[in-house]
Design a protein around this ligand. Structure first.
Ligand code: BTN
Length: 254
């Protein structure tokens, strides 16, 4: 691993660890966290050779896009800490919103995807370590397709340049995300999950519509009714309401 020459400027709450190339920034951040890295340590790489998505999927990671992972040590139980994925989605959308024209919709797809129009432009991968109700640390990984996207993906993908014509550098994207994530984290710390849930729901893809949710052993169909107070998806099925803490959402037409 070699260091990059010019580092982005981040608010003082972050400690930047900049790399040219790594396997996965989530792995680098996890290793640093195990060695005691403090809350706010942010690993950023120009490319990844083993970028990971949710459920062990590959995350295509050529140079030009944003790959970063943040060490977080929130003072709350794991079930609340996972709300930081929604906080991060709002932070990423805040950054993307600086570059996306007003009529081009940025939406959130439960639990951790960010869509530009009907296609995925960014994803979040949260990984945690701890014992039972005690969280040791959490790694919040974010990948944003700035200038390229994989042609073949489970969910159709896009990138910011393809859809807007604008070339945003990873440095600009990182600075924008860091600023917006801090603003939304402060809202979460001050007001709990309620303001986060409200902001996320205002841009939720498929809300009030028929969706499919794929679980490890079954696929459920129903209406995406709401998020509960913890961030679980509430699905109204023919057999009643289901509360879903983890799963893959499939939206009609995607
Ligand atoms: C998903 O949508 O499935 C989550 C994608 C998360 C990708 C980011 S890129 C930076 C960090 N390092 C990884 O290996 N994964 C996350």
């Amino acid at each position: 691993m070699s260091r990059v020459a010019e580092a982005p400027r981040l608010p003082p709450a972050y400690r930047l660890v900049a790399r040219e190339s790594v396997g996965s920034t989530n792995d680098e951040a996890r290793d640093l966290a195990r060695q005691g890295a403090e809350d706010g340590t942010l690993v950023w790489a120009r490319e990844q050779s083993a970028g990971r998505g949710r459920q062990g999927r590959e995350w295509s990671s050529p140079p030009g896009n944003l790959y970063m992972s943040l060490v977080l040590r929130p003072e709350c139980p794991p079930r609340e800490a996972v709300q930081l994925a929604f906080v991060a989605a709002l932070g990423a959308a805040g950054m993307l919103g600086l570059h996306v024209p007003p009529l081009m919709p940025l939406r959130f797809k439960w639990p951790n995807d960010i869509l530009l129009g009907p296609r995925k432009v960014a994803g979040i991968l949260i990984e945690a370590e701890g014992q039972g109700e005690t969280l040791d640390f959490m790694i919040l990984g974010l990948g944003v397709n700035l200038v390229s996207h994989p042609a073949e993906a489970r969910i159709p993908a896009t990138d910011l340049k393809t859809d807007t014509g604008e070339t945003v550098t990873p440095e600009e994207a990182l600075e924008g995300f860091a600023r917006h994530f801090m603003i939304w984290t402060n809202r979460w710390l001050d007001g709990g999950f309620a303001p986060i849930r409200e902001a996320w729901l205002a841009h939720a893809a498929g809300l009030g519509e028929r969706i499919e949710v794929r679980l490890p052993n079954e696929t459920l169909a129903g209406t995406f009714a709401d998020l509960d107070a913890t961030g679980a998806l509430l699905l109204d099925t023919e057999r009643g309401r289901r509360t879903i803490a983890a799963g893959d959402v499939h939206l009609p037409g995607m």
